[in-house]
Design a binder for this molecule. Structure first.
Ligand code: SF4
Length: 294
């Protein structure tokens, strides 16, 4: 009988009791639920990892614009700039930001991406995971383990809050993606389960209240550029957590705050494009141009 684990406290307790890493416990449970071997489950995760890498690869070589014509060439612009002058924070920063733009721009071209946890936030986990793995020479097995941990984090958050901008704003999409990435990165850096939970809490706490106000109702503005921003946010959280800096508010309580903030958020700021950036003067002009073109 598989014990259901729906909170981070329960996850911490069960991992401690079984003396397992988060990914080990999650892998065994998911395999048991799906009635397949852990090897078969790892293969499924590898498929997602490979799809993430493919999206990065194709996104890096394309500057095809989206149907709206508003987005699609920022990854190319960033690569050209880095070719002339490197990023202030070095190669890893360059890779994370370009991989994030490459992936999210593939999404708006209707390319194949892995929604992790959603399409609008699909570039945060892959950009951090793939860039760090390349730069630190992380084995494929460890990458798979990190992705399993990221998935487990998203799964537990989704028990409290539906991961959708329409339900709780962008804090529940890009915010959660950043928290998942922070946990996965903390694991790659050798973090303990406790440090991983702190990385997730630190990332999430600092994104509470992030609204969803997409211009023209499209997953483009502000979504595209938000992905590289929140990928870097995840690195900050992992760096602090691995240094034993703790969130004074326990992770489950942070998720309670996420849920409460989502409920209190005005419906006009939850994917309805009725306020915020979506109703600025320029957004309205873009909307006019876009709908007149159609
Ligand atoms: S702003 Fe809204 S549509 Fe865009 S990524 Fe965030 S939640 Fe999704």
């Amino acid at each position: 009988m598989i014990k259901s684990v729906n909170s981070f406290e329960q996850l911490q307790d069960i991992c401690e009791f079984k003396n397992k890493h988060i990914w080990e416990y999650a892998l065994e449970r998911e395999a048991e639920l799906a009635e397949i071997s852990t090897d078969a489950m790892r293969n499924l995760v590898k498929k997602s990892l490979d799809a993430m890498k493919d999206a990065i690869k194709s996104g890096l070589c394309s500057k095809e614009m989206s149907i709206s014509g508003m987005c699609g060439d920022d990854c190319d612009r960033l690569q050209r700039r880095y070719a002339n002058r490197g990023a202030l924070f070095g190669k890893l920063f360059e890779k994370i930001t370009t991989y994030a733009l490459a992936t999210i721009e593939e999404n708006l071209r209707m390319g194949k991406i892995v929604a992790c946890p959603t399409a609008g936030s699909c570039a945060i986990v892959p950009s951090v995971l793939v860039a760090v793995s390349e730069e630190l020479n992380i084995s494929e097995d460890e990458q798979i383990n990190a992705l399993i941990t990221a998935g487990e984090i998203g799964r537990i958050v989704s028990h409290k809050v539906a991961l959708a901008g329409a339900v709780a704003g962008c804090q529940a999409e890009c915010g959660v993606a950043s928290a998942m990435s922070a946990g996965a990165l903390c694991q790659i850096l050798g973090g303990t389960n406790e440090q991983i939970f702190n990385a997730v809490a630190l990332a999430m706490k600092n994104l509470l209240g992030l609204t969803c106000d997409p211009v023209c109702g499209l997953v483009e503005i502000p979504c595209v550029k938000r992905n590289p921003f929140l990928a870097i946010h995840a690195v900050t959280a992992a760096e602090l957590a691995i240094s034993d800096i703790k969130s004074k508010i326990p992770l489950d309580e942070v998720i309670d705050a996420l849920e409460q903030t989502g409920k209190l958020m005005s419906p006009t700021l939850k994917e309805s494009s009725q306020a915020g950036l979506a109703k600025t003067k320029t957004a309205l002009e873009l909307e006019n141009r876009f709908f007149n073109k159609m």
